[in-house]
Design a binder for this molecule. Structure first.
Ligand code: ATP
Ligand code: MG
Length: 397
């Protein structure tokens, strides 16, 4: 049966060995979930390829060789997808391919400067080899249009992929997001502020195959409700990649006020952060999450020194991952724009870490001094209270 479909490719290199089936199953699940959310699409697996098809496909649902913006966006959110192509799925008889080549000549090659036909043949039993197919179809297209064939950088490439029981013909190869399928790399807890960096850090971890929850420390009543809606908006953008994402909102203002009243001002940011990672560790362990993730970038601001990052990390009971550690701000901003979080991140908001902080915070903290300052507090109780009062917000499923 002939139909328009989307051919979806994934990175073979990650799929070698015994885990192959498990990886492809995760990828199929997540592709299925993404495309179903935008329409009645199904994912079929054939010859190491995924095809996104309409269940009652008669070729009428999608215009030939294009995709809808919604469907393209859904595939673009599926980590593990390397590239995809809107294709014509058809019988592999040469006469049928020739008929299609004539149509493509008129609709897509006529009036262009150059073209080529590029065939790949998974089934070596096919009576014609790829060079012969290129010549047959290329000759036909040239005859119809007068457009010269060119092997190097042609304006139009007609791709023909001979499959076991048919053929896929396509014109475009569109980039996917890459990475690994969600659910293949463990579970993490993202410390999500309202800033630019942490949503990007979350995206990068999910792209690496992690399932993520997010945690936000809210300095209410010192911060505004707008600060919360901003974080909710960012979390829901991340949930577009992974609908199981939940946001844990921790009341943090009272703890901050207590630290302000009893600890040196210079150390406040570091103490806030140490309590954040303690609380995050507790919640992660309760939820079965294996690591914490922040948007820290080395040296981006005076407080993000190796010394400070080390002293903060010393309070974490789980690995603390920092995917943006080596990113320039410009690079983080570019990625934030690409994934669509930037505009929300730059809305004005109150940052709980600037609360009560003097103009010259510590830039080279020493663990012994920090521990000394913390000795004045009942650390356990200060963790227990906000953990018990944490609110959980679910997105999507
Ligand atoms: P971001 O843009 O993510 O806020 P930043 O460069 O502004 O990052 P900081 O504000 O110093 O850096 O925060 C460093 C990291 O600490 C953040 O990326 C985030 O992971 C975490 N963090 C900071 N404030 C909060 C908060 N209120 N709730 C949760 N995590 C936070
Ligand atoms: Mg910030």
């Amino acid at each position: 049966m002939e139909t328009n479909a989307i051919l979806v490719r994934f990175a073979e290199v990650f799929l070698k060995g015994g885990r192959r089936q498990w990886f492809t199953a995760r990828l199929k699940e997540s592709l299925q979930r993404q495309v179903r959310a935008v329409g009645d699409w199904r994912v079929r697996e054939r010859h190491g390829l995924f095809l996104v098809v309409h269940p009652q496909a008669k070729g009428a649902e999608l215009p030939e060789f294009t995709t809808s913006p919604e469907l393209a966006a859904a595939i673009g959110r599926t980590f593990g997808v390397v590239s995809f192509s809107p294709c014509r799925l058809m019988t592999r008889e040469i006469s049928a391919l020739e008929d299609l080549a004539v149509r493509i000549a008129e609709s897509h090659v006529a009036g262009r400067s150059t073209f080529k036909v590029e065939t790949s043949r998974a089934d070596k039993e096919y009576p014609l080899d790829s060079v012969a197919i290129n010549q047959r179809l290329g000759g036909l297209i040239h005859m119809r249009t007068g457009v010269p064939a060119r092997m190097k950088d042609p304006e139009v490439t007609v791709h023909v992929q001979i499959l076991q029981e048919g053929a896929a013909v396509y014109l475009d190869v569109l980039p996917g997001p890459g990475g690994l399928p969600v659910g293949t790399s463990g579970r993490v807890l993202l410390l999500l502020s309202g800033g630019i960096d942490s949503p990007v850090a979350g995206y990068l971890m999910m792209r690496r195959g992690c399932v993520a929850d997010a945690i936000h420390f809210e300095a209410a009543p010192y911060t505004t409700p707008e600060a919360r809606s901003k974080v909710l908006a960012l979390a829901s953008m991340l949930a577009a990649y992974e609908p199981s994402l939940r946001l844990h909102v921790v009341p943090f203002g009272a703890l901050q006020a207590r630290l302000r009243d009893g600890a040196p001002g210079r150390l406040l940011v570091i103490l806030y952060r140490r309590f954040m990672v303690r609380i995050a560790t507790r919640i992660a362990q309760r939820e079965g999450l294996q690591a914490l993730v922040t948007g820290d970038s080395l040296g981006q601001v005076a407080s993000q020194t190796i010394e400070n990052l080390s002293v903060i990390e010393a309070a974490a009971g789980l690995p603390l991952l920092r995917p943006l550690l080596t990113y320039d701000k410009m690079e983080a901003v570019a990625l934030a724009r690409r994934i669509g979080t930037y505009k929300t991140s730059v809305l004005p908001h109150d940052d709980c870490c600037s609360l009560f902080v003097p103009p010259h915070p510590e830039t080279a903290a020493r663990l012994d001094r920090v521990l000394e300052a913390e000795a004045a507090f009942d650390v356990e109780a200060m963790v227990d209270e906000p953990v018990a009062a944490t609110e959980v917000i679910q997105f999507g499923e």
